[in-house]
Design a protein. Structure first.
Length: 485
């Protein structure tokens, strides 16, 4: 294949890119003579960038969320119940699934009784926007064998309940939904995803490949529950599956703390209005257990990726990397002590962040983290310190729209409000590299994972940048999306 008439940057100088198999074979000035029988994709004067990589997504959850009731607009628990009410009334024995509620600033707490009073006997499950809370009705709690006073399960309890719910779903239907979702990612210029789904991801993707091939490369993460098996099989991060070159082994995922919206992100300072040990958030691993996981994984060639949102969790995660003498990734890195910023680059720890979260969380961060000396969503500060940035969406927490993430990082706003903490904006070229999995401009010998945009996003407004059209997407040398012309 030849991708003809495309720029590689904002200069407007056009080139032809020749692909052989899944590699870029040559890049030459546009208009050179082409051999017969070569497929030509006319880029129309657009710009060819490395394909976007969503460095943190939950593919099964996003695929499922695309088919669920959106309760994101709910301003209270009663609002959320009202949004599911029309569907639950006619659902019969089916489980009613909803997604996206944000209860941190609701006037009342969600509770199973609210669901029971409005929808007696209905089987309802609502997942929060950040995936850290699952709100279940009494009937569904009984079906799952869960005895819980409120029906609102947070963090680990919620993850385990989600797995129990998914065991009731038809795997073949879920597999088809996920493969369809990867095709939707290709429309967005995405050629790679790190799948952080809470599951035995190797087994899941080995099975899923019998249903079809994904439209993107997928790095399958390892959770601690399956680490021993991965080590016994001598699996290493980056290993390509024997079943498909599109599937690779990803990093180890360790949950260290909760989230901002649930007030369980582990911080050095207390949350307002909370007393006792819970006032500082939640630690899901001890320092010793975290070190044990990090050191075992890294010695076996599996890169550790630690979920750390609050500043104390980030300090502890960096301590574990330093003690183990290895690099890795911190997922989210939303609040960091000033003295910890430089440790990312010094230790070789990438900051895997989600710029759209900063925009969604700006109000609640100002409320819950006000007056603290830690840096919140400090992408610019991390970049200036030399840290490597990787961008993702955490889909379905944020939509997997890589250019929207780039726009949020560059402009620090996604609406008509002034930029939030504009000192932590990052330059466009830095944001694009982070959104492309760390890759810079295309070069000969690179993987043929390419997104062709109608124009370079330089000098565009926040909305225009976020909505830049993707003309074509090529993954491993295969055309996975072509816009209608």
């Amino acid at each position: 294949m030849i991708i003809a008439n495309v720029a590689l940057d904002g200069s407007g100088v056009l080139f032809d890119i020749e692909l052989v198999g899944s590699v870029i074979e040559s890049i030459a000035p546009a208009g050179r003579r082409r051999g017969s029988g070569v497929e030509v994709l006319d880029g129309g004067g657009g710009v060819a960038l490395p394909g976007f990589v969503d460095s943190h997504a939950h593919l099964t959850q996003w695929a499922a969320a695309r088919r669920r009731i959106d309760v994101g607009p709910a301003m209270s628990a009663a609002d959320a119940v009202a949004l599911v009410y029309p569907y639950a009334r006619t659902a019969g024995d089916s489980v009613v699934r909803a997604n996206g509620f944000r209860d941190a600033q609701w006037p009342e707490e969600p509770h199973k009784d609210l669901l029971e009073n409005a929808l007696p006997g209905a089987r309802v499950a609502m997942t929060s926007m950040d995936l850290h809370t699952l709100w279940l009705s009494p009937a569904l709690l009984a079906d799952l064998g869960i005895d819980h006073p409120t029906g609102v399960l947070r963090d680990v309890d919620g993850l385990e309940a989600v797995m129990a719910l998914e065991e009731q779903e038809d795997p073949a239907e879920l597999d088809r939904a996920v493969l369809d979702a990867t095709a939707a990612l290709a429309v967005r210029g995405v050629t790679g995803v790190v799948d952080f789904e809470f599951a035995d991801n190797k087994t899941v993707w080995d099975r899923r490949l019998t249903a079809g091939s994904p439209a993107v490369r997928v790095d399958t993460t390892v959770w601690p529950q399956w680490l021993d098996e991965a080590i016994e099989r001598d699996e290493r991060t980056g290993d390509v599956s024997a079943l498909s070159e599109l599937i690779r082994r990803g990093p180890l995922k360790v949950m260290l703390d909760g989230s901002l919206n649930t007030r369980t992100a582990c911080c050095h300072d207390r949350y307002p209005g909370i007393d006792g040990d819970d006032a500082f958030g939640l630690l899901l691993e001890t320092q010793e257990s975290l070190f044990g996981l990090v050191s075992r994984a890294s010695r076996s060639g599996i890169v550790p990726a630690i979920h750390a949102i609050g500043d104390r969790a980030n300090s502890i995660a960096l301590d574990a990397f330093e003690r183990a003498g290895c690099g890795g990734r911190i997922e989210h890195a939303q609040q960091i002590l000033p003295e910890d910023i430089a440790r990312f680059a010094a230790l070789g720890v990438a900051a895997s962040v989600q710029p759209q979260h900063a925009m969604a969380d700006r109000d609640i961060a100002e409320h819950l983290w006000a007056g603290r000396r830690s840096v919140a969503y400090g992408y610019g500060t991390l970049h200036r310190s030399g840290a490597r940035l990787l961008f993702g969406s955490d889909a379905p927490v944020s939509p997997p729209e890589p250019l929207a993430g780039v726009a949020a990082a560059v402009f620090r706003t996604d609406d008509d409000r002034p930029p939030w903490r504009p000192e932590d904006a990052v330059p466009l070229d830095v944001a694009l590299r982070a959104a492309c999995g760390g890759r810079g401009p295309l070069r000969v010998g690179d993987a043929a994972d390419i997104a062709v945009l109608v124009e370079h996003p330089a000098h565009r407004s926040v909305q225009d940048l976020a909505e830049t059209e993707i003309r074509a997407t090529i993954c491993a040398g295969e055309l996975t999306h072509a816009a209608a012309v």
